[in-house]
Ligand binder design. Structure first.
Ligand code: BDR
Ligand code: CA
Length: 306
């Protein structure tokens, strides 16, 4: 089983990603780390703890990380994820938040403990991972791989004309992570925007507390998607990154040089991919360019129905 840590700003699609990882039976989950992003650090931590409770997995640690990006102000994504980050689902559930330390330190500690074995799945702004890399340069030797939901290499942005949300919120952190020398698979909007969950898909799920959660939480997200596109569905950005971490055959990747813009009013957070190798720089990222969305969505439905 793959040893994994999942870093989240839970978030409707983050929550579904966590459910997928836990129900897959293919992941030895060392912990969930939280960061500000879609919602505040505090709310992301509460939401993550609720998912752990929903799963009945109180063995999974929830470790809090950064409450703000490295150099910029937080920017919560209320229009997609609602005021509480999970579209009002699990409102009545109460959770206890334990002090499990600081997420970047937890990442370092687990990477040292499981040298060469640890996959870190990053579903949020990259602040926690960047802080860990700055503190412990040996992560480059210790971490097996990073699977990042972020960026848009040949696709418009979803928060500015050119930037994807996770890259836009903390581009300085993204730069540190992209250049850290750790193997990276980038699961960007190019592929995640093709993996749509529909009401018909949700209806195929075995009725359970989990299917109720998926239905309740995605209602808000689907309303927003409807406003933007006229279609009632929602993109499974973060679940696809979890899916790719567990099964690389879902995507076709190319090894390319990718950097992120940090110094432009118009283009901050844009991922720039050197498809033609103009820069002559060593490729640093396996970029996902195609996806078998149908297989992914049916695996997601089957796994959440287990
Ligand atoms: C990413 O931004 C967040 O709103 C989602 O949770 C996902 O991680 C998609 O751009
Ligand atoms: Ca997210």
């Amino acid at each position: 089983m793959k040893k994994i840590i999942i870093d989240v700003d839970t978030g409707i699609d983050d929550a579904i990603g966590l459910l997928l990882a836990a129900k897959s039976g293919q992941a030895d989950i060392l912990g969930f780390t939280t960061v500000n992003g879609n919602t505040s650090l505090e709310q992301a931590t509460i939401n993550t703890a609720k998912i752990v409770k929903l799963l009945g997995r109180d063995d999974i640690k929830v470790v809090q990380g950064a409450s703000r990006p490295l150099m910029r102000e937080p920017h919560f994504e209320v229009s997609v994820h609602g005021n509480d980050g999970i579209g009002g689902a699990l409102k009545e559930m109460e959770v206890e938040i334990k002090d499990e330390g600081f997420a970047p330190d937890f990442i370092i500690e687990q990477a040292e403990l499981h040298k060469g074995e640890l996959t870190i799945v990053l579903l949020a702004p990259l602040t926690n991972m960047a802080l860990a890399i700055r503190k412990e340069p040996r992560l480059k030797e210790w971490v097996k791989e990073l699977v990042i939901m972020g960026g848009a290499v040949d696709h418009p942005g979803n928060i500015t004309p050119t930037a994807e949300y996770n890259m836009y919120i903390d581009p300085e952190a993204a730069k540190i992570v992209l250049h850290a020398g750790i193997p990276i698979t980038l699961v960007g909007l190019d592929v995640t925007s093709q993996t749509l969950l529909t009401v018909a898909d949700i209806e195929k799920m075995r009725p359970s507390e989990i299917s109720e959660f998926v239905k309740d939480s995605t209602n808000h997200y689907m309303n927003r998607y409807m406003e933007l596109t006229g279609k009632r569905a929602c993109s499974m950005h973060d679940p696809l990154a979890v899916g790719v971490a567990l099964d690389k055959s879902l995507v076709r990747t190319e090894k390319l040089y990718v950097d992120v813009e940090t110094n432009s009013d118009l283009c901050d957070g844009q991922t720039v991919c050197d498809f033609k190798n103009w820069t002559k720089k060593e490729p640093n990222v396996d970029v996902c360019l195609e996806v078998d969305s149908e297989r992914f969505i049916s695996t997601l439905i089957d796994t959440l129905s287990k």
